[in-house]
Design a protein around this ligand. Structure first.
Ligand code: SAH
Ligand code: CA
Length: 212
């Protein structure tokens, strides 16, 4: 089954348009220099984020968890005229690398990186957001959701990454991160202010649309 799945994944990637040169360089830089390179949205998920952004044509995107800026740049690709991406991260070293790659793109003036703990920064980031991408520390997913939902415009979206946690959400005995992600999935499903769709793509993306 896995073999079939892998060949189909390869087929899906082969029939997906390529990323920009800067994104390819960034991915290669990440694999060469970072042990935890799997944190980076890969090629395929990056193309999905870009496509979603093009579909939404957001004026304001909020990202929680920049890492090296790969997903940040993908999300910027579909911005409306005059739109911007604000991305939060606590790590100064990776933030520096992210900024250096963002500076090489046409989106440099439309992406703002902010350094610090997202929990404390979020109350100071003005809405309304058309699209929020939650991808930082897993135990705070529910806190992030609760801090941003009021500032998402009606009809706006919140996408959360890694919600299948390599399949560990199915385990009987869940560690803290797994439990937090499972609770996040349950919370959004039962929140009648939103409609949710769990996409089993890569590590799982929970897509939520705020109702009007
Ligand atoms: N979105 C990126 C990957 C993010 S990896 C991509 O798809 O390419 C997760 C990031 O969350 C790490 O860079 C880590 O520094 C950041 N992070 C962890 N805890 C945080 C916190 N409390 N506040 C802000 N960022 C945090
Ligand atoms: Ca992720």
């Amino acid at each position: 089954m896995n073999e079939i799945k892998n060949s189909l994944t390869e087929y899906a990637e082969a029939f997906t348009s390529g990323e920009s040169e800067v994104l390819r360089e960034l991915r290669e830089y990440c694999f060469a220099h970072y042990k935890n390179s799997s944190m980076l949205s890969g090629f395929y998920q990056g193309r999905l984020l870009s496509m979603l952004s093009h579909m939404i044509q957001p004026r304001k995107v909020l990202e929680i968890g920049t890492y090296l800026g790969y997903s940040t740049i993908c999300l910027a690709e579909g911005l409306a005229e005059g739109g911007e991406v604000i991305s939060l991260d606590i790590n100064e070293e990776t933030n520096h690398v992210a900024q250096s790659f963002i500076d090489k793109t046409e989106f440099r003036d439309r992406i703002q990186l902010r350094l610090g703990d997202a929990i404390f920064m979020l109350p100071h980031v003005a809405g309304p957001y058309d699209l929020v991408f939650i991808d930082a520390d897993k135990q705070n997913y529910s806190n992030y959701y609760n801090l941003v939902l009021d500032k998402v415009r009606p009809g706006g979206f919140i996408v959360a990454d890694n919600v299948l946690w390599s399949g560990r959400v199915l385990e009987e005995e869940k560690d803290e991160d797994t439990q937090a992600l499972h609770e996040y999935n349950q919370m959004v499903l039962t929140d009648d202010r939103v409609e949710s769709l769990l996409l089993p793509i890569r590590d799982g993306l929970m897509v939520v649309r705020k109702l009007l």
